[in-house]
Design a protein around this ligand. Structure first.
Ligand code: NAD
Length: 485
């Protein structure tokens, strides 16, 4: 029986202070660091910077809580997680405002969608279970496979979807009987600290722990011998460090959701006008700070000129601004580091003399990290804007004529996260999809996710998957029992 109590009166103070959660306690740290509003540059709050001892304590608390948590039935864990979804729901409006304030995405659109989607995810994942499988059952022998939890999971998240990606890890980790220590990005720790705080009202102590800080705290998690798995979402460069530290410490399991440079291929004869809003959102949603954003848009030469003109016209009506303003379509870049990377990429586009029918110049006099919607007209295949993951509101649109060549171009990258193919001939588009090297390929639709749909990158876009039965299994070991009858 699940004995926790929960009421809708649960109140969390969203003004601060922001505290970590370790072993069921809310704790401060010896040092703090500033978290900035990317739309204004103002300091939103000071977040605790966990000491090494505190990270160790969080791991120890998770380790102590894990056997008791794993001993509960799937239904008992489901009840806790469902109550947690209710508690998140009761605090939803404040979480959305906090997300816009620290991350920048528009409150009325992307931020609301992210939080709604995250809560939905928690609720739905709670209903999943991994049942034992009988592999062999003969008159004298039984073989069965049971999925057993790994133990303590370290979850390390990035700054682009901090609420969604944190809860995407928490729910499957807990339902499978593990406990968790979450370390959010230093750029967006506040929402995660808050959802950790909410978790203390629901779960037994030590089941959910949150420690904030810089990158070092992530290293301490990946190095720790009591952590059995790292579930990581972030850049490919950091993913490699995580994997190597995980291997060297104690052969931790890893799931790595990394960078992408997703191509979209528009085939001849496509009724592209109807697609422009979808393709715009797919490329520029979250100001392009999206692992699965369309980052290279290949349009057949027969459509190219008209497509470019119409796309630019549609995009020029969109508003970049403060995410708290309901007129804003795209918020600022989340942090100065990323903004500076974009300044460098924009300078490259300018110095190479590529055609830029929209945007192209960042106004550095603004207080926030605002970057204009920018379209680059047919840059060379080997240009930086085509080869790199910009992670900002800049999109190269490229004309193609030969199908084999465009497929080769689409695959000519170390990334393999996702892709999309658009065309009137569905069978032909599906044949193209089969030839794209990516973990997810959409045909005539994009950015569909589901609780039961595994998601993960090929090549250097990742290792393993999240979601689906396969994603749940990654939080477990397969344990084989054989019984003589
Ligand atoms: P990042 O790799 O810089 O940081 C991610 C997290 O790792 C942060 O919490 C950071 O503090 C931590 N970290 C940094 N160094 C570490 C180390 N050595 N050991 C352990 N942890 C460490 O990534 P970011 O800039 O926050 O996020 C942007 C990247 O994330 C982009 O490349 C994007 O494509 C990718 N991303 C991928 C997915 C996906 O599902 N594939 C989703 C969102 C973002």
């Amino acid at each position: 029986m699940n004995t926790h109590t929960y009421t809708n009166q649960l109140k969390i103070d969203f003004d601060g202070p922001y505290l970590m959660t370790i072993g069921g306690r809310l704790v401060d740290a010896p040092n703090t660091f500033e978290v900035h509003n990317p739309a204004t540059g103002a300091v939103v709050a000071n977040a605790p910077e966990a000491s090494r001892e505190q990270v160790d304590e969080a791991i120890a608390a998770a380790k102590e809580a894990q056997p008791g948590w794993a001993a509960l039935s799937w239904e008992e864990r489901r009840d806790y997680i469902t109550a947690y979804a209710d508690a998140l729901d009761a605090n939803k409006e404040s979480i959305i405002t906090l997300l816009t304030t620290e991350q920048g995405k528009p409150r009325h659109s992307m931020a609301t969608t992210e939080v709604d989607y995250a809560i939905f995810w928690v609720r739905e994942v709670a209903k999943r279970a991994l049942h034992e499988e009988i592999i062999e059952d003969t008159p004298d022998h039984v073989v069965k496979i049971v999925r057993s939890p790994l133990g303590v999971v370290g979850a390390i998240t990035p700054w682009n979807f901090p609420i969604l990606l944190g809860l995407w890890k928490l729910a499957p980790c807990l339902i499978t009987g593990n406990t968790i220590v979450i370390k959010p990005s230093p750029f967006t720790p506040l929402g995660t600290l808050r959802f950790g705080e909410i978790a203390q009202k629901i779960f037994p102590k030590g089941v959910v722990n949150v420690v904030s800080g810089g990158n070092e705290q992530g290293v301490w998690l990946t190095d720790h011998p009591s952590v059995s798995k790292i579930s990581f979402t972030g850049s490919t460069a950091t993913g490699k460090k995580v994997m190597s530290a995980a291997a060297l410490s104690n052969l931790k399991r890893v799931t790595l959701e990394l960078g992408g440079n997703d191509p979209a291929i528009v085939m001849p004869g496509t009724d592209y006008k109807a697609l422009i809003p979808t393709l715009f959102d797919a490329a520029f949603g979250n100001s392009g700070q999206w692992c699965i954003a369309v980052k290279r848009l290949y349009v057949h030469e027969s459509l190219y000129k008209d497509f470019l003109k119409d796309f630019v016209e549609y995009a020029s009506a969109k508003v970049v601004g403060n995410g708290m303003d309901p007129r804003t379509d795209l918020g600022p870049i989340q942090n100065r580091m990323q903004y500076n990377k974009l300044l460098n990429l924009f300078a490259d586009v300018k110095s190479k003399g590529y055609k830029v029918p929209l945007g192209g110049t960042i106004d550095e006099s603004l207080p926030g990290n605002f970057v204009p919607i920018t379209i680059v007209d047919n840059p060379p295949r080997e240009s930086r804007i085509v080869r790199e993951e910009p992670f900002g509101p800049i999109l190269p649109i490229i004309s193609w004529s030969d199908l084999d060549e465009v497929i080769q171009d689409a695959n000519n990258t170390e990334f393999g996260l996702a892709a999309s193919v658009w065309g009137p001939d569905r069978d032909e588009a599906i044949r193209v999809a089969h030839r794209i090297e990516a973990g997810t390929v959409w045909v005539n639709e994009i950015h569909i996710h589901g609780i039961d749909i595994p998601f993960g990158g090929h090549k250097q876009s990742g290792m393993g998957v999240e979601n689906g039965r396969e994603g749940l299994e990654e939080f477990t070991n397969a344990k084989t029992y054989m019984f003589r009858k």
